[in-house]
Design a protein around this ligand. Sequence first.
Ligand code: AMP
Length: 220
Amino acid sequence: MGKNIYLFFGPPGSGKGTQSDILGKKLKLPVVSTGELLRHEQETKTKIGLIASNYLTNGKLVPNKIIQKILDKRFKKSDTKKGFVFDGFPRSEEQLDLLRARLHKSEKGSKVIAIYIKVGDQEVKTRIIGRRVCDCGAAYHLKYNPPKKAGKCDLCGKKLVQREDDKPKIISCRLKHFYKTIKPILHYFNQSHILIEVNGEKSIKSIEKEIIKNINKLNK
Ligand code: AMP
């Protein structure tokens, strides 16, 4: 049987990580976040992590060779048999080609749905400035989604930090890269009639509902 693959797109701070986690939990599918995988390699100081570190800190796209390596490593785990939720991939036309190649080989017969979370630049900046994250992958916002105890992760109690690439100068660079690369990717999924667009400036709950409603429509 084919897998169910969901792809999340959106500018940094659009809430694609939050919505990927919600959808993954709801559908009992693992979330594969290239950003998370890279940060893990960086924190554990692996060879890949050391190479990726400079790109991550400066908000630049990590070379495809490295992305391919971390994905190959991730897909060795057996938890993606029924499908998975992709957060942060593909992020360029070359990566779209990599995905399409996978869909013709190892993921043949899969049902793919792409979800684009639209958020304006000003809102993105406000959100990112307030974003705090934990080593364990949990993310919070000082105003919109604060932790129960200030500065501490609800899930593991560790200290929350601001991502290096969430600093204002780097955000502008990440946004520029995002808009430069996203157009042809969205065009591809739109043409294939598997693209859902949602307004990401609503509450987490209403975006979640909107996504589910649209997925159900496409699955009819
Ligand atoms: P994210 O957590 O999705 O915001 O990604 C954080 C950073 O990880 C990005 O700014 C890039 O430096 C890197 N990254 C994540 N996914 C990719 C990807 N698919 N290709 C290249 N770089 C990526």
